[in-house]
Unconditional design. Structure first.
Length: 415
């Protein structure tokens, strides 16, 4: 039986297959991009670049990823998933092949920063959100959360494998292997029956179905003029500002409090591992109890984790680290799938991917701004405490639209 018939003849299993596909593409894109952390030391030793020069590539990657997210959504709406996923996979593969031959810093910015930023946007949640909305009407938040979890799983699976390649082959050959593997997967992605996949579940009524807000077919211009659009962008942006102003500083903060670098790194990695579980669980809870209650609980958890960090500044005891990992780790990234499912429902239409791409860009902007402000506040005050208080304020402000904006306050994931 041709694969395209599978998506028409067995909708239940087809929906699960689509979910697995979106998770895999997210895992692949984000996981490969996150390997930059294990390349830093060998690049520093071989090419003599400073740590600040190389880590700034991460900021370039975040900005490129955020700024090109609307472009990825626009291309999806106009050209379809084959063009978007194909260009993303090809772009990431070529970027890593070129990175194997870099000799100057600007080449590192161009390949691992700019090219990877666009490629990961094309492989990530912007196109996936539009596809999943066509297959999951009753459990959309759950589906979004599982796809989002692919980002964390990618870092857990691909980064250690890349570290093994580095120890065996060196950084140039490791980049080369990654590029070859990505390009080898390209024919498989291009060969998928994307027309049948994007057709959606038999109950899906096409791109002009009515949105949860009552409109029949949202365009980007109309969406930008709505309160819901800016409320979701506000949530995405301020949540990222608050979270990234903390996460980027966590390891060095714990070291300054007297903990060993190995333990500090283990704490950081543990929060990332728990976030995979937390993202999935919050999606399930949002479908059962509603987004407002679930999101409010995750903000409370994130704030509790930051409060623990504040307590550590007075009482640097190891048992506080456990409390921080559990509270902060379980809630890290938990808002993303809920915001994504709300966007696809509130702005349903032929330009939903474009609209989501613009909203998603605020997430990357907030991440870059938060990472910068965390360091600036520390330099100005000589302490991490004001930065942690600032992060708490951002998270409180980020959650307000869920209580003040009617469409978000009364949102239902079912139906």
């Amino acid at each position: 039986m041709p694969l395209r018939h599978f998506f028409k003849s067995d909708p239940a299993r087809a929906a699960l297959a689509v979910l697995a596909l979106c998770l895999t593409l997210n895992l692949l894109g984000r996981g490969v991009a996150d390997t930059y952390v294990v390349f830093l030391l060998p690049l520093e030793q071989d090419l003599g670049w400073s740590r600040s020069q190389m880590t700034s590539v991460y900021s370039v990657y975040l900005l490129a990823n955020g700024l090109t997210a609307p472009l990825a959504g626009m291309l999806f709406d106009r050209l379809g998933p084959r063009a978007v996923y194909g260009s993303g996979l090809a772009g990431l593969g070529v970027a890593y092949l070129l990175a194997a031959r870099i000799d100057t810093l600007w080449q590192f910015y161009a390949t691992i920063g700019v090219m990877s930023g666009f490629a990961v946007a094309a492989l990530g949640m912007v196109p996936s959100s539009s596809i999943l909305a066509r297959w999951f009407r009753e459990r959309l938040s759950s589906a979004m959360s599982i796809a989002f979890a692919g980002m964390g799983l990618g870092a857990l699976l691909i980064v250690p494998a890349t570290q093994y390649l580095l120890t065996r082959l060196g950084w140039r050959d490791a980049y080369w292997v990654l590029g070859i593997v990505l390009l080898a997967l390209l024919p498989l992605v291009l060969a998928l029956p994307w027309r049948a996949i994007t057709a959606g579940h038999p109950d899906y009524r096409g791109p002009r179905r009515r949105a949860a807000g009552g409109e029949s077919d949202w365009t980007l211009r109309r969406a930008v003029g709505s309160l819901n659009f800016w409320a979701l962008a506000w949530i995405f942006c301020l949540t990222s500002v608050g979270m990234f102003s903390v996460t980027v500083q966590t390891v060095i903060y714990l070291v300054e409090q007297g903990f060993s670098p190995i333990l500090a790194a283990a704490v950081y990695g543990s929060t990332a591992m728990l976030s995979v579980f937390g993202i999935v669980v919050t999606g399930l809870l949002a479908d059962r109890y509603g987004p407002r209650r679930t999101v409010s609980a995750t903000y409370a958890g994130s704030i509790a984790g930051i409060v623990v960090l504040l307590v550590i500044s007075w009482q640097p005891r190891a048992e506080w680290l456990v409390a921080y990992v559990v509270a902060f780790g379980l809630c890290q990234g938990a808002r993303g799938p809920i915001i994504s499912s709300m966007t696809t429902r509130l702005f349903a239409g032929s330009q939903v991917a474009t609209i989501y791409g613009v909203i998603y860009a605020s997430n990357a902007f907030g991440a870059g701004l938060g990472a910068l402000l965390g360091g600036v506040i520390h330099d100005l005050t000589g302490s991490y405490r004001p930065g942690f208080v600032f992060a708490i304020g951002c998270l409180i402000a980020a959650g307000l639209p869920f209580w003040r904006v009617p469409a978000l306050r009364d949102f239902r994931t079912r139906g």
